[in-house]
Design a protein around this ligand. Structure first.
Ligand code: MN
Length: 201
């Protein structure tokens, strides 16, 4: 299996002014493409070529750093692009997801605050996640580098339904060192349709 760069469902400039076109183009065509090339190189000719991504993540502690970092980079970004949209609408949150958010966090605003705090507080490069646990509950967690909550090394595990890339390459051109402003902007472009779909499937 050879992994390929997924096309975005919107233009590089579609998320302006929240994420600028140059950042989107570099992030997708250079960073994401780079992870994919290195991931393919790391698995090509090995038995890992025929292993499903989720199964690979489930035993990532036994695999090389190249597979962990670049496999994570491939999956995390592929998910992230789908979770963004220029037509963000909180009314797209389905009743089931709304109920889970209410139960888990006390409401949407409280959830956004808690998720934002986790994203601001994450030291160094990594990701902030909203996951659905095996019990069907919601939880917020963070991972370093290109790790994710599907990996066996993750302290909190579950299926990611919302993701935020807080590597500096995701925001530095526009927001410089002010990560909190990037996180505020993120809420204007969340694809709640997709979050709901991931939660309910
Ligand atoms: Mn990134």
């Amino acid at each position: 299996m050879i992994y390929t760069l997924p096309e975005l469902q919107y233009g590089y400039d579609a998320l302006e002014p929240y994420i600028d076109a140059v950042t989107m183009e570099t992030h997708h065509s250079k960073h994401h493409a780079g992870y994919i090339a290195k991931f393919n190189a790391a698995i090509s000719g090995t038995e890992l070529e025929s292993v499903q991504l989720e199964d690979l993540f489930a035993k990532i502690s036994t695999l090389s750093p190249a597979v962990r970092n670049n496999g994570g980079g491939f999956y995390n970004h592929s998910l992230f692009w789908k979770l963004l949209t220029p037509r963000s609408n909180e009314e797209d949150i389905t009743p089931k997801l709304a109920a889970a958010i209410e139960q888990g966090f006390g409401g949407l605003e409280q959830f956004k605050e808690e998720f934002s705090t986790a994203a601001v507080s994450l030291f160094g490069s990594g990701w902030t996640w909203l996951i659905k646990t095996d019990e069907g509950k919601l939880a917020i967690t963070t991972t370093a580098n290109q790790d994710n909550p599907l990996m066996d090394i993750s302290s909190v595990k579950g299926k990611p339904i919302l993701a935020l890339d807080v590597w500096e390459h995701a925001y530095y051109l526009k927001y410089k060192n002010v990560r909190p402003d990037y996180i505020k902007a993120f809420w204007k472009i969340v694809n709640w349709n997709q979050v709901s779909e991931y939660f309910e499937e």
